[in-house]
Write a protein that binds this ligand. Structure first.
Ligand SMILES: NC(=O)C1=CN([C@@H]2O[C@H](COP(=O)(O)OP(=O)(O)OC[C@H]3O[C@@H](n4cnc5c(N)ncnc54)[C@H](O)[C@@H]3O)[C@@H](O)[C@H]2O)[C@@H](O)CC1
Ligand SMILES: Nc1ncnc2c1ncn2[C@@H]1O[C@H](COP(=O)(O)OP(=O)(O)O)[C@@H](O)[C@H]1O
Ligand SMILES: [K+]
Length: 489
């Protein structure tokens, strides 16, 4: 899994890679520019567009000059806007690429900009070399980029955005940010989403091993990390091998949450799902999910189950007794979501009963009730870490880049998912998936990671077809497709 680097670490990593690989910094820049162009030319929405590249005096500008050359050689109409006064004062690698710029590339003076036709603006003005407050001279350039009528793609980082903190001042508001090698922390903070747009990570061949020495507890979860975490089952497997799970949830008027959770667990691969419900709701669950069984009253034989999921649509009134029974009698990790979390928030003494390595899945509102309000996401991350470490629990903080906090202090940012998942019931689907993996015998850490990643991937697959018409049931239907895509059997 890749580490998420901050500030100076990003530059140190480049330097370390250069010394280990024997590659020159100019060669690395070329790899980055080629990686960007590969992504760019694969974007159908830009097919008929020319490009306007804003380049600064540092290596981010150097990337832009290399991109200008490569795109020109591929037949794209390229214009470059040099955002510096003296070409003799460029960084070494930017200078080398300035010399290599084809004569056919049109150079445009920022103060006399006029252009025609459909253009994509590529922002290579400032990268991670930004220090301190933005200079006065940068303001009109960034203002211009932000007023540009066409799509804006920032290279490495939106110009003006610092690499590790929440930003409130002026910076480029990109539609896409194509960043190199390792994601920078600032690109993953929800407060910065308006600058970053859609985030794309381009590999430039820097080994994960090279980043190991850097002190960072933040990790970035990608598709390549997933297959090795899955358990595989043999030809003679029977339904018991795939887990017997219990889901305690649902209440009159909120049975949908439980239904989604149960269906999702079945599609994730669980052998046997039992829903623990109120007597009055038997017909609903048995009709909506015929594959699931139902139980009611006190839970007779908790030891029968391999995992337990608690909370979707459960309500809070009269549930404390049942929650206490589960937490006291079920000795293995459980999954707690929604009203299960709300009860824990109200009765904090119950936290001590939650089996170690259990997985709690709050969204930001539930987090605030359970752990406390935070003034921003960085503070929330710190609180999440402390909560996980202190209570020896796994905390899945849901959102655009869901963060999994582990009891050893690591925090893993998920890369899969889409904005179309912001729809009622998505979280119930996630609870079903994580409970399912836990029941299939996955280590709790892997159950949380696989659940979160596949859930996001299901969202991407369903979102590509349904866009804002996506509903939580579509996520469930897409779970099997995620197994096909990743070749998980
Ligand atoms: N070998 C490498 O190190 C690689 C670097 N890469 C690129 O290099 C970038 C980093 O390059 P650099 O370190 O040269 O820095 P940048 O190009 O990010 O920024 C340096 C420029 O920003 C200006 N600047 C700094 N602070 C400012 C402020 N407060 N207001 C206005 N202007 C300011 C400086 O005068 C200088 O012109 C990365 O973001 C990435 O795009 C990529 O080519 C990948 C390989
Ligand atoms: N903008 C987004 N991008 C990616 N994933 C999202 C986004 N918004 C929500 N999600 C995901 O959808 C799920 C929503 O869960 P939750 O807030 O509990 O919803 P509900 O209570 O309606 O089920 C979470 O897994 C979250 O990570
Ligand atoms: K940039």
């Amino acid at each position: 899994m890749k580490k998420i680097l901050q500030g100076a670490q990003v530059k140190e990593l480049d330097a370390k890679h250069i010394s280990i690989s024997g590659q020159s910094s100019q060669e690395l820049m070329e790899v980055a520019a080629l990686g960007f162009v590969d992504w760019y030319v694969a974007q159908d929405q830009f097919k008929e567009y020319g490009v306007l590249i804003f380049v600064g005096a540092g290596n981010n500008g150097g990337d832009g000059l290399a991109i200008a050359r490569i795109l020109t050689n591929q037949g794209v109409q390229v214009s470059v806007v040099p955002c510096f006064t003296d070409p003799d004062k460029l960084s070494l690698d930017a200078s080398a690429n300035w010399e290599l710029l084809p004569k056919s590339v049109q150079l445009l003076d920022f103060n006399e900009l006029k252009y025609e036709g459909d253009l994509v603006l590529i922002d290579c003005y400032l990268g991670v070399g930004l220090t301190g407050t933005l200079r006065e001279s940068s303001i009109p350039i960034i203002d211009y980029i932000n007023e540009f009528s066409g799509p804006v793609v920032s290279v490495d980082i939106p110009s003006g955005l610092p690499s590790e903190t929440i930003h409130q001042g002026l910076a480029v508001r990109a539609d896409y940010t194509v960043t190199f090698a390792f994601p920078k922390l600032s690109l993953l903070l929800p407060e910065n989403a308006e600058y970053v747009g859609e985030l794309v990570l381009v590999d430039i061949g820097i080994e994960e091993e090279t980043s190991k020495v850097f002190d960072s507890n933040f990790y970035y979860l990608e598709e390549k990390d997933i297959p090795a975490l899955h358990k595989s089952f043999h030809r003679f497997s029977y339904k018991g091998d795939y887990g017997k799970i219990l889901i305690a949830g649902g209440s009159p008027g909120k049975m949908g949450a439980l239904i989604l959770c149960a269906k999702s667990a079945l599609r994730t691969g669980t052998g046997l799902v039992t829903c623990h419900i109120e007597d009055s709701e038997r017909d609903i669950i048995q009709t909506a999910v015929p594959e699931a069984m139902a139980s009611w009253g006190l839970i007779a034989n908790l030891e029968f189950y391999d995992s337990v999921g608690i909370g979707p649509g459960w309500g809070q009134d009269g549930r404390v007794h049942l929650l206490t029974q589960i937490l006291e009698e079920f000795k293995s990790p459980v999954v707690v979501d929604a009203d299960g979390l709300n009860i824990l928030a109200r009765s904090k003494e119950l936290l001590e009963l939650v089996p170690k390595n259990s997985i709690l899945t709050p969204h930001i509102g539930e987090f605030s009730r359970l752990v406390g309000p935070a003034k921003n996401h960085l503070e929330r991350l710190e609180m999440a870490k402390e909560f996980s470490v202190t209570n020896e629990l796994i905390l899945v903080l849901k959102g655009a880049n869901t963060v999994i906090s582990l009891p050893d202090g690591r925090q893993i940012f998920n890369s899969s998912g889409t904005k179309y998942m912001a729809t009622g019931g998505s979280g119930d689907v996630l609870t079903g998936m994580i409970t399912s993996y836990l029941g299939q015998g996955y280590e709790p850490e892997n159950a949380a990671i696989c659940g979160v990643y596949h859930h996001g991937l299901a969202g991407e697959l369903a979102g590509a077809k349904k866009r804002k018409g996506l509903i939580a049931s579509d996520l469930i239907e897409a779970i099997p497709e995620t197994y096909n895509l990743l070749d998980i059997s």
